[in-house]
Ligand binder design. Sequence first.
Ligand code: PLP
Length: 390
Amino acid sequence: MSLAAGRPVIAIPGPSPVPDRVLAAAHRASPDIYGEELAELNLQVVAQLKRLAGTQANLAPYIGNGHAAWEAAGANLFNPGDQALTLTFGHFGRSWAQQMEAMGVAVERLDSGNLPVDPDRLAQRLARDTAHAIKAVMVCQIDTATGVMADIPALRDAMGDHPALLVVDAIASLGCAPMMMDDWGVDVLISASQKGMMCPPGTSFLWFSDRTAARGRTQLTTPYWDWHSRAHAEALWRFWGGTPPVQQIFALDEALRMILDEEGIFAVWARHAALARAVWAAVDAWGEGGTGIRLAVGDPAARASSVTAIILPGADALRAWVTANCGVTLGVGLGAEQPENVLRVAHMGHSNAAMILAALGAMQAGMTALGIPCGPGGLDAAARVLAEPA
Ligand SMILES: *Cc1c(COP(=O)(O)O)cnc(C)c1O
């Protein structure tokens, strides 16, 4: 007998759960796209997106997923043959580097395996670049595959006065982990609607500093991807390079109101951090007694607040069991050495304590059913974390 009927719990790191309120806001026929109402709502969404990133600088919106935003950034930042330094510690950083290479950028990888990059290594590499050939340093704030979180202010410090731009992929972190683009000196920020922003997939965004804008267009800048014309748009269609994604604008308006004006961004960050700690506590308990269950990232300071990768012998079988029997969907072990023994639990976006306890409870039931050895007290440990005042 399966116990999976009922409301599903989706704990994959994107697309993340969309609040019913956001779906309801999007459930509207398109109004007059030449009218004032939509033009004003669009401006309000742009202003909210800047608040979310912690910037007063420029924003270019795109219809497309995160990969589209990567390509848009590349088209605006580089000439063919330009040098870029990528800091990679997981599948997403590595595939971003490949995409830039395919666009003709000379990408150098500073790979730190599945551990966060050491800022000193970055400082040493840039110190050797006395000719200032490196145009940009590219890094994922959170690599969604490994669940590693980079320390962006420390990396910015390590860059010293080297003129390279700091380009940050915050697709899995914006609206989940702290980001203060202007205060931290981030030049280009990349994100998309379907993770911390709690919206359906389909739109993505580039925020870029005035220093970046001053570099002007490159040989790779094509009219559609050109971020200057979008950031300085006046007519609604120019923001989006054509027909605006009307229903997505309604969705973004509702979701950003929930994040910024109702819960508040500091509370949103604190909620993500607490849910993450609850998952870590359960995994630590399950790992007691040499069961082989452990967190993929040892150092708590380097762990993501939006997704946790767990090394768990029998992970694939467990994922299948919790889906079939509990209605819980967990993330696959993306890019891991033994992906069948790794799974990921997302605590990203519209996710609360009950949903995390549901995912962890289903995992414990599954390990019991499948005879996967686990230490006792995992759920108690998670509950103790959630009982602490935030
Ligand atoms: C999800 C994700 C991407 C890719 O976004 P898509 O919308 O799937 O194209 C890129 N980088 C990071 C860090 C991500 O989490």
